[in-house]
Design a binder for this molecule. Structure first.
Ligand code: BDR
Ligand code: CA
Length: 309
């Protein structure tokens, strides 16, 4: 199997992506590194540990990373994910604790151990990965493929007008990552919106007789109701789409390669992804941007992640 390292900030949609990955026979999750983002680090780490328990994968190590962005404080997304990041259900925490090693050090070490083969998927702010790159500037040479959930490639963000949450939370970290990796795959917020799932289908899958469905139904209830009230009949799972793209790239139906850079200073645009759609800059096309993914394959993977038929 392909070694897979996931950096995440769980987070309701992170949880679905993790279930998808932990169940995939072609990939072996070699670690889960955790940052602050959707909620504070104590909660995101606790949620990652719980998720591995629900998935029956307590053999997978979890590493705690950065509690704050590199430079500037940022607001969390507890209004979407609940104050504990998992819908405030009061679940019983997992028995085990995170490993002692810092997430950034674990990224550096695992990239060495799996050099040339590692699939690295980021589902949260890029703080841990940026720090790892400062510790080990050669890291990109060892990573076979980087998949990032983040950005809003046409300027339709979900936090500020043009910024998406993960990259807007820590724009400097995203800048460091995008300058360091000559090429990466991007599943952005606008792709998320283009791949909505009918709430009625999700409700049916989450009624499956499986511990994963029961847990996911409980932790996602609040955010599904919030999304229904706000965005209508379609439900969106940003991190799950990114993970489907990571695990099964052959099911992507349209991918466009363009130069992409972070806006760090704009009074109205800080945290935005600036995509050179017209290739005017002469910069290399570093981002392979997911535009369309096979809907039936995405749905099949969502169902499998929660044990629904
Ligand atoms: C991203 O932000 C977070 O709230 C989600 O978990 C996802 O990673 C979507 O913008
Ligand atoms: Ca996330």
């Amino acid at each position: 199997p392909i070694p897979l390292l996931i950096d995440t900030d769980p987070g309701v949609d992170d949880a679905l992506a993790l279930l998808m990955a932990l169940d995939d026979p072609k990939h072996e999750v070699v670690g889960i590194t955790v940052a602050a983002g959707n909620v504070g680090l104590a909660h995101t780490v606790r949620n990652a540990l719980k998720l591995t328990e629900v998935a029956g994968r307590e053999d997978v190590p979890v590493f705690a990373g950065c509690p704050v962005p590199l430079l500037h404080a940022a607001d969390d997304a507890s209004y979407v994910h609940g104050s504990d990041g998992f819908g405030d259900t009061g679940y019983v925490p997992a028995a085990r604790a995170a490993s002692d090693e810092h997430a950034a050090l674990a990224i550096v070490r695992l990239a060495h151990e799996h050099a040339g083969r590692l699939l690295l998927v980021t589902l949260g702010p890029l703080t841990n990965l940026a720090l790892a790159l400062r510790l080990d500037p050669d890291l990109p040479r060892r990573v076979a493929r980087l998949v990032v959930m983040g950005g809003a490639v046409n300027g339709r963000g979900n936090t500020s007008v043009p910024a998406e949450f993960n990259l807007g939370f820590d724009p400097e970290a995203a800048h460091i990552v995008f300058e360091a990796f000559p090429q990466f795959d991007l599943a952005d917020w606008e792709a998320t919106l283009a791949h909505g799932i009918a709430h009625a289908d999700a409700d049916r899958w989450l009624a499956a007789d499986d511990p994963r469905a029961r847990f996911y139904d409980a932790i996602s209830r609040q955010t599904r109701a919030w999304s229904r009230a706000r965005r209508g009949e379609d439900w969106h799972s940003a991190d799950a789409l990114a993970m489907a793209y990571a695990l099964e790239p052959e099911s992507a139906r349209e991918v466009v390669a363009r130069p992409l850079a972070m806006e760090l200073t704009g009074a109205l645009t800080r945290g935005a992804t600036v995509v050179d759609w017209q290739s005017r800059s002469g910069r290399p096309a570093n981002a392979r941007i997911l535009m369309a993914y096979d809907r039936a394959r995405f749905e099949a993977r969502l169902r499998a992640a929660v044990g629904a038929s």
